[in-house]
Design a protein around this ligand. Sequence first.
Ligand SMILES: [Zn+2]
Length: 68
Amino acid sequence: MQEHHNDQPLGPGEHLDPVCGMTVQEGEGAITLDYKDKTYYFCGTGCRRAFEKDPEKFLREGPSIKMG
Ligand SMILES: [Zn+2]
C-alpha cells in the first residue's frame, strides 16, 4: 500500500481522476467525460457524476479523497 501526493508523475495512458485523485488507466471500459475540450478519466460512474454536477469545483480545488 502506497500513499501518493496528487502531483505524482503519471505513466503512459494514465490519468488522474479529478474527483478522488485515483490514477485511472485509459482503455476499453474507461469512464470518461469530455469537458472544455479535455477528456477526464474517472474510477467509476459515481465520480463522473460528481464531476458533471460541479466540474469547476473539482478543477479549482483538486481531488479530495473520500471513500464510499
Ligand atoms: Zn474516483
